[in-house]
Design a protein around this ligand. Structure first.
Ligand code: PRP
Ligand code: URA
Length: 209
C-alpha cells in the first residue's frame, strides 16, 4: 500500500495486542497507548533532516547531528490527546494544536467543537495524531484545515486504520504518509473498525459511549 508505513516491530505489535484485548484494564490500556505512541512517532520522525553542529563534549570538540525541522504536533480530541505525552517527550519544543471533533453516534460524521491551532507556515512539518482512522471523516476535516496554511509536509500517525479511511485520505491527499501499527479489515455498520479495539476514547478516558 503506497504511503502507508506499518510498524511491524515486536514492541509495537505487542502493545497493539494489549490495546486490542477487551480484557485489558484502563491502567494497562493507558500504559500501552503511551508505549505504542512513542514507537509510531519515532517511525514518523525517521525520515527527518539533521543539522551538523559543532559542540564540545567534556573531552573535546566534535561535530554532531541534531534533529532539524519546524515540527508541529496537531492532535484530534479527544483520543489523540493520548499521543501527546510521547510526542512532547520526543520533541519538547513542538507547538501543539488541537482540533476537537466528535462523531455523531447515528451518522458517524464528525462535528467540530474546538479549534486551536498554532501558527503553521510553509516550512512547518505537521504531525497529525489520532489513534483511530475509521471512515477518515475526522482526519479529512483536520487535513483540510492544516493544508489551508500550505505547510511543507503533513504526516499522519495513527494506531489502527481501516482501509476505507486510508482510501478517503489518499483520494484527497495522496502524498501524505500514514504511519500505523495495523490496517484492519473493514468497518462495521456503526463505522467501528473490525476487529479494531473498540472505542479508543472511552477505553483511554474511562467513559462509556
Ligand atoms: C474517534 C477517533 C477519531 C475518529 C475516527 O473519535 O478518535 O477521531 O473517531 O473516526 P472517523 O475516521 O470515522 O472520523 P470520536 O469521534 O469517537 O471522539 P473521541 O475521541 O472524543 O472519543
Ligand atoms: N473510533 C474509535 O474509537 N474506534 C473505532 O473503531 C472507530 C472510531
Amino acid at each position: 500500500m503506497q504511503n502507508v508505513l506499518i510498524d511491524t516491530s515486536p514492541i509495537t505489535q505487542d502493545a497493539l495486542s494489549y490495546l486490542r484485548d477487551k480484557n485489558t484494564d484502563i491502567v494497562k490500556f493507558r500504559h500501552f497507548a503511551d508505549k505504542i505512541s512513542q514507537q509510531l512517532l519515532v517511525k514518523a520522525l525517521k525520515e527527518s533532516d539533521y543539522v551538523a553542529t559543532q559542540i564540545e563534549t567534556p573531552i573535546g570538540p566534535t561535530t554532531t547531528n541534531f534533529l532539524h525541522g519546524n515540527f508541529i504536533f496537531v492532535t484530534i480530541l479527544r483520543a489523540g490527546l493520548s499521543m501527546m505525552p510521547a510526542a512532547l517527550q520526543l520533541i519538547p519544543t513542538m507547538p501543539v494544536g488541537f482540533l476537537g471533533l466528535k462523531r455523531d453516534e447515528q451518522t458517524a460524521i464528525a462535528y467540530e467543537y474546538y479549534n486551536n491551532l498554532p501558527k503553521i507556515t510553509q516550512d512547518s512539518i505537521v504531525i497529525v495524531a489520532d489513534p483511530m482512522l475509521a471512515t477518515g471523516g475526522s482526519m479529512i476535516k483536520t487535513l483540510e484545515k492544516i493544508s489551508s496554511f500550505s505547510p511543507k509536509e503533513m504526516r499522519i500517525v495513527t494506531v489502527i486504520c481501516a482501509p476505507e479511511g486510508i482510501e478517503k485520505v489518499h483520494a484527497q491527499f495522496s502524498n501524505i504518509q500514514i504511519i500505523t501499527a495495523a490496517v484492519d479489515e473493514t468497518l462495521n455498520d456503526k463505522k467501528y473498525i473490525i476487529p479494531g479495539l473498540g472505542d479508543f476514547g472511552d477505553r483511554y478516558f474511562g467513559t462509556e459511549g
